[in-house]
Write a protein that binds this ligand. Structure first.
Ligand code: RET
Length: 287
């Protein structure tokens, strides 16, 4: 008969079930309200935006509205996933992470940080829609639209990698740095390329407002990541979550309201020309 060494019986960390996480979230009023408030606001925004855009005829104006509508639609699904425990997890941080001595919680059999990782995943769907609406308003060409959107998706996916990496603290920050580098490309298009296009298109007034709103709000997201539970752990999970939720309210719903109000009031400045339906905005070849 062989005897196993005592270490073989050290209990392994168990994963918390979705139900345990769902109940944990409900029990933390600050955290729960940061999620449920956004579910309600996303639903109301969808209804309001559809109502505001009723009667629009032009296909390009409708495309801007459709892109803007994607944002609360994705948000509704995103926050439902977070609140239900489907896209929220309890993650054990790598050695040396500041949360280990303070921000750890025990949920079911798991001990770690409450990670609302579904946010980063769904940003990869909602932020391209925001950029599509902005680019169309500015009168961007396809090259700039593609560049902004691809680097934006890369920013979100590497942000997700930063949040989910548990092997090494240095690697978490390496992913964070990579995500910030991709963000710089998005900022360049927003601050340099599209303002020039908007001036030519004649939408520079509304684009100027939306550009500042977007740049100021978006810059705060990496700051919240760095200060929140997943970064330096200076903010507790409920405050981190509310910081993102508050930014989302302005960057998604207030933003969407301003876009649709402009398109509904002045559809002429964003109207498609005759070739739009046939070419989708791509110039036909000469031959
Ligand atoms: C992360 C962490 C890694 C570094 C950077 C980030 C930037 C996130 C941004 C998110 C914007 C989200 C919006 C959502 C609306 O639906 C991923 C936080 C640069 C800019 C506007």
């Amino acid at each position: 008969m062989s005897t196993l060494p005592a270490t073989a019986f050290v209990p392994l960390q168990e994963a918390a079930s979705q139900r345990e996480i769902f109940e944990y979230v409900l029990g933390d009023t600050l955290l729960a309200s940061s999620l449920y408030a956004n579910i309600a606001l996303a639903g109301l925004s969808i209804l309001l935006f559809v109502w505001m855009a009723r009667g629009l005829e032009d296909p390009r104006a409708k495309l801007i509205v459709a892109a803007t509508l994607v944002v609360p639609v994705v948000s509704l699904a995103s926050y439902t996933g977070l609140a239900s425990g489907l896209t929220t997890g309890i993650l054990e941080m790598p050695p040396g992470h500041p949360a280990v001595d303070g921000a750890y919680v025990t949920v079911g059999g798991a001990e770690g940080v409450v990670s609302l990782w579904g946010r980063y995943l769904t940003w990869a769907l909602s932020t391209p829609a925001i950029l599509l609406a902005l680019g169309l308003l500015a009168g961007s060409n396809l090259t700039k639209l593609f560049t902004a959107i691809v680097f934006d998706i890369a920013m979100c996916v590497t942000g997700l990698a930063a949040a989910l990496t548990t092997s090494s603290l240095a690697l978490r920050w390496f992913w964070f740095g990579m995500s910030c580098t991709f963000f710089v490309v998005v900022l360049y298009v927003l601050l340099v390329e599209w303002p020039a296009d908007a001036a030519e298109t004649g939408t520079d007034d509304v684009f100027g407002t939306l550009k500042y709103l977007t740049v100021v709000m978006w810059l705060a997201y990496p700051v919240v990541w760095a200060l929140g539970v997943e970064g330096l752990a200076l903010l507790p999970v409920g405050v981190t979550s509310w910081a993102y939720s508050g930014l989302d309210i302005v960057a998604k719903y207030v933003f969407g309201f301003l876009v649709i109000r402009y398109v509904a009031d002045e559809p002429a400045s964003v109207t498609a020309d005759a070739g739009y339906g046939a070419t989708g905005g791509v110039a036909p070849a000469d031959d």
